[in-house]
Structures are given as C-alpha cells and as structure tokens.
Design a protein. Structure first.
Length: 625
C-alpha cells in the first residue's frame, strides 16, 4: 500500500480539498474553503496545514479569517443555504472559548438543517501538560472537555485522539454533511497535539471522492395512501418549506399547483418557492403569516406539507389548522419531519415526490368556489400590503415602508438576509419574493447576529447577486464585526441598519403579554422611575460601521432611503445604509397567535388581563393526532 507521511492537520486539509458532491449530474466542491481564527489550539496544527497547502499547492482549500467564531459558522451556513446544502465550509477554532463560540452557530446549522463542518481544537490527547490554558477540569472524568457541549447540537460528533481515527471520522462526517435527511452541524474535535502528529496515511484517503446526493422517490404503498387522502380533499392547502428550495423543486411545485389548483402557502425557509404573484400563491402561513393563508389554513381539510419541519410559527403554535378533521400529508426527505402531526408520511425528495404526486393526482382539481375565495382574499390583502409599503408615516418612517421601498428597489435575483427582531415577522407577511433564492431569513434559530455574517456567506456563494442585509440595531450591536472581514476580502454587501433604539419586537411582545415593554429599549436609566426608560443614548451606530471600514449613508425619510439604495447599488465596497424607524408605527397583523406563556398569578393588572387573553387563545391549541 502506498502511503504518504503527513500530520493530522495536513491530512485533514488534503482530504477536505478532494471532496465533491453530485446531484443531477453536476459535481461541486463539498468543502469550499476553511474559515478560521487561530489560537494556540490550532495555529501550529490545522493552521500550519492550511499554510503549507497554500505555499506548496498540495491542496486547494482557501483560508478565510473571521472576526468571531460564531460568525464564521453563520457565514458557512449562509453559503451552504445559498448553494442548496450541496456545498459548505469548514471552520477551525482554537481550544476553549474559540471553540465554544461556535456552539451557537452549530445549533443554528442543525436546527435549520444546513451542513457545516466544525473543527474545534481540544486539549492534549496525551494530557502531557494538563490543565492547559482554557482547559475545563472535570473532577469526575479526564475525558470531558468543553467540546462535549457540541454533542446535542451536532448531527455527528467525534474526537480524534489518535491519527488512526481520522479516516473513519472524516468519512462519517462527509456522509452526514451530504445526507439531505440528516445534515446539520458536524463536529470533529481535534486535540492540539494530535493535529501536529505525523502518520503514514494510505494514498487512497486523498483520492477525489464524490458524494452522490440522491433524489429518493416515494415508496409505492406510501404514495397510494398519500394520494387517497389528497384526492379526498375539498379544501386542501400546501405548506411549502425550505425543502422545496433546497431540492430545487420550485418548477415542480408550480406545475403541481397549476394542475390541481391547490393554494400554496409558505414558511420562512420556503418563501419564494412560488413567486408571490403566482395565482396559486397565498403568502406566509402561521403566526407571522398573511391573513389569506391563515384563513385557508383554518378551514383546510388536508394540509400538504412539503419540506417543512412545522415550527410553532408555521402552525401558530398548533392553532393555525383549525378544522377538527384536518389531516396532514407530509412530503419530506427526512422521515422525522414526514411523520409530524400524525400525517401520512411521504418520505422522498421534494422534487421527485412532487413529480410523482402530480402523475397520481391527474384529473384532480379543487372546485372553482374555493379558488375564487382564495383570489378574493388575495386581492384584499394586496391592498393592505400596498398601504403598509406606502404609509406616509413619520419621519421617522415605519419599518413597513422601509421593507416596501427595499422590495420595490430589489431586482429578482437580489437577496435579502435577515434573522431576528421585528423584521422576520413583517417580512414573512409582507415580502413579495420573486425568486427562490431571494428571501434568506434564518428563522429556525432566529439568532441575533446572523445577519451580517450570514450575508457574507450568501455573497461568497453567489457574487453575481446583490446581497442586502437587513439588520436591527440590537442584532448589529451583537455581531457587526464581520464588516471587517468583508472589507479585507473586498466582499460587497449592502447593509440596511434599521435603528429603532432597542428591541421593537420584544417590546411589542412584552406589551401584548402584559409586561409593559419592560427592559426592551436602549435608554438611559431614569433616576425617577429606576427603569431603563430615560432619554435616548448618544450611540451612533452609523459612525461605528464607518469605523469598521464600511462606506456609510444616512437616511431620515423614505425618499432619502431610496436615494441611498441607488447609491449603494453603484458602490463597489461594503455600504451601510443607516435609517431610523418608529418602533411604534402600525403594521398589518397575521391574525394568528403564538404561544408565549403569561404569568398565572400577578399583582399587575396588565399581566392579569394578558393572562385571561392567553387562556382564551390556548383553548384553540390542538394536538393534531
Ligand atoms: C442571540 C439572541 N438573543 C436574544 C434573542 C431574543 N430576541 C429576539 S428579537 C430581539 C431584539 C432584536 O432587536 P433588533 O435587532 O434591534 O430588532 P427589532 O426588534 O428592534 O426589530 C431579541 C433580544 C435572539 N433572538 N437571539
Ligand atoms: Mg431595534
């Protein structure tokens, strides 16, 4: 057997550079590059290997330096999402805090079912110098390290304590990353001494390897059961989730909807599956959905969920589908999701499944009255959205006007990235998506701080598209530092910083739950009230962005905002458009509920009232058995 002598780090880099995915006959690099931040845990191991690969040309794996480890996982997720989960990045971090900074990113990846390879460093396998700087000491076991925290948030986890363990760990990692049903964060912890240790590797480890991504077709008996339920439907509704987009099933969905007349609602991950103005499109469903989709959801007798994991937002905490006889048919590549809500499971790739279903449903069509009702609701709703887009509020303008101006400004192939705050809800209700990759809202983990980093990854994935990052002031303050990475890499983003001096989202949630917006705005502590409800703080986030190297434009009105967008589009470098908005401006409602428990007993009148409303709403919650 031919062998080659390399360190674990060098072998790892060489292996990762030779992995490919294939779907529909197209081959792509699985690991596009390696994000990293070096410390003593990886600088001389994986770091040396990345340098050597670059210096000698022995492996093609470009290193990207991030400014925060959580952010580099977000960037990898943004990239992988844009590339429909067929390609991603590796992330190398030092031991201790560098590694645990990635735990939040890992959870985000796993919850959103997006592949990312995490390479946290670990303390010496030999334990030669323990306890090391940053080593956790557990008196019960010397086998425990902070990297055990990745276990519940990873779809595969391993620690390579000897070089011989590396090949099997890597093969398992690649299998999980490329398995559309299992994918998420994959973690291989690498003790710092092992990274630098040499070993004689079989040549075969480094051969180009193609991971085929199949399109599983439905099992015939399951297909028959699903078809029977669907054919019996009088008021069916499709819920299109992220799986539709990852499977590139938009055209198949459109054909299926046109043939059957079944209206199509979407989730946060699935928005754009069908263009917003398609006659079958009824908008977002659930707690932040459109009243059109939600009216149809309330009456639906059969719900066809495609590539959705049915989060509480999608089901309005299990109140959205209100028909007591409602049944679910779930087309999903993951059996785990296909089985939800006691649905008839149809375990298959979304596109393959839709194509097969379309054949089986031949001749079926919803009745004209149902279609007419959906159209009528849709026409009314369009007027509401138009009004919200052009409210004439302020200054400062309403957030819905900023979203409207952006929607009208953006071209079909442009991308909007968002994750947390009041914007995901407004976007889910109001955004008019015209391309399956246009709407990039991370709402599985709704992680403040995803926006700029995720936008960076999205832009890396598709440099031809203009990427607009929408970020609230709260999210910006949590994680703005990847602006510096974008500057260094000459990556252009347009960041729209929506500043409303605090948490508009949690403020209005707090108010609706009787908690009086307590502790949700960025204000001075008022000496009289003792609360954080004094004057506005002298914080200038636009100046902060400029200090990080971005070009900055400031807008006070919607007209100025439009003008800034024009200028940002022609700019070459990363540009931040700062706009202040009124957190109390009105926005249309979804007319649906979200289950957030309210204190059962309270001395406060506001809480008691909210509790009564909570108990009433809770009665509408159903187990979907
Ligand atoms: C990391 C993280 N911490 C806390 C939360 C809870 N949370 C959700 S939205 C929000 C406030 C967001 O503020 P901002 O970005 O300014 O958006 P706004 O609500 O003002 O639209 C908070 C604290 C979260 N989603 N993520
Ligand atoms: Mg805010």
């Amino acid at each position: 057997m031919e062998t080659v002598r390399l360190t674990v780090g060098q072998a790892l880099v060489r292996f990762l550079a030779s992995q490919w995915t294939e779907r529909d006959g197209v081959e792509r690099r699985l690991i596009n590059g390696c994000f990293g931040i070096f410390g003593h845990g990886n600088v001389a191991g994986v770091g040396q290997a990345l340098l050597e690969a670059h210096a000698t040309g022995s492996a093609d794996l470009r290193y990207y330096m991030a400014r925060n480890e959580q952010a580099m996982v977000h960037a990898s997720v943004g990239f992988a999402r844009m590339r429909n989960r067929l390609q991603t990045f590796a992330c190398t971090a030092s031991i201790g805090p560098g590694s645990t900074n990635m735990v939040t990113g890992a959870a985000l990846a796993t919850i959103n079912r997006i592949p990312v390879l995490l390479l946290p460093s670990d303390f010496f396998a030999t334990r030669a110098a323990s306890p090391l700087l940053q080593e956790l000491e557990d008196p019960r076991s010397y086998d425990v390290s902070v990297n055990d925290a990745f276990k519940p948030v990873s779809r595969f986890w391993d620690r390579v304590n000897r070089p011989e363990q590396l090949p099997s760990a890597l093969l398992a990692a690649m299998r999980v990353l490329t398995d559309q049903a299992e994918t998420g964060a994959v973690t291989i912890a690498l003790p710092q001494d092992v990274q630098a240790e040499a070993h004689d590797w079989p040549e075969g480890l480094f051969r180009a390897r193609v991971w085929h991504v199949p399109r599983p077709v439905p099992e015939p008996a399951a297909l028959a059961r699903a078809t029977e339920v669907l054919r019996s439907a009088r008021r069916p509704l499709i819920v299109a989730g992220g799986g539709v987009i990852y499977s590139e099933a938009s055209a198949a969905l459109r054909r299926f909807a046109e043939a059957t007349g079944i209206p199509v609602s979407d989730t946060q991950a699935g928005k754009g599956s069908l263009a917003w103005d398609h006659p079958c499109a009824v908008g977002g469903v659930g707690a932040t959905g459109s009243p059109v989709a939600n009216a149809l959801a309330r009456e639906a007798d059969v719900v066809l969920g495609i590539g959705t994991r049915y989060s509480d937002f999608t089901t309005a905490s299990r109140t959205a589908f209100g028909n007591p006889g409602a049944r679910f048919v779930n087309l999903n590549v993951a059996a785990f999701d296909a089985g939800k809500h006691a649905g008839v499971p149809l375990v298959a790739d979304a596109r393959a499944g839709l194509e097969t279903l379309a054949e089986r449903m031949h001749g079926y069509r919803v009745d004209g009255a149902y279609t007419a009702r959906a159209r009528e609701l849709g026409t009314d709703w369009r007027r509401v959205v138009d009004r919200a887009y052009h409210l004439g509020h302020g200054p400062p303008p309403a957030q819905t006007e900023i979203l409207g101006a952006l929607n009208e400004f953006m071209q079909d192939r442009d991308v909007v990235v968002q994750a947390a705050g009041s914007m995901p809800g407004d976007l889910q209700r109001l955004w008019r998506a015209r391309d399956p990759k246009q709407y990039h809202v991370e709402y599985g983990y709704s992680c403040m701080g995803y926006e700029i980093a995720g936008g960076l990854g999205a832009k890396l994935a598709d440099p031809e598209r203009e990427v607009f990052v929408l970020v609230g002031d709260g999210s910006y303050l949590m994680m703005a530092q990847e602006i510096v990475t974008a500057v260094a890499e000459r990556i252009k983003l347009i960041i729209v910083l929506v500043d409303n001096h605090g948490f508009a989202s949690i403020g209005s949630l707090s108010e609706s739950l009787g908690s009086q917006r307590f502790g949700t705005s960025y204000r001075y502590r008022d000496p009289q009230s003792g609360l954080l409800d004094g004057g506005i703080l002298p914080v200038d986030l636009a100046a902060n962005a400029a200090s990080l190297g971005a070009d900055v434009l400031r807008a006070r009105t919607v007209a100025e905002f439009r003008n800034c967008l024009e200028r940002a589009r022609t700019a070459e470098a990363i540009t931040v458009v700062h706009v202040g908005t009124d957190p109390l401006a009105p926005a249309p409602s979804s007319e649906d509920w979200w289950d957030v428990p309210v204190s059962e007993v309270s001395a406060l009148e506001s809480t008691r009232k909210a509790r009564a409303a909570y108990e009433a709403a809770k009665r509408g919650q159903r187990p979907y058995l």
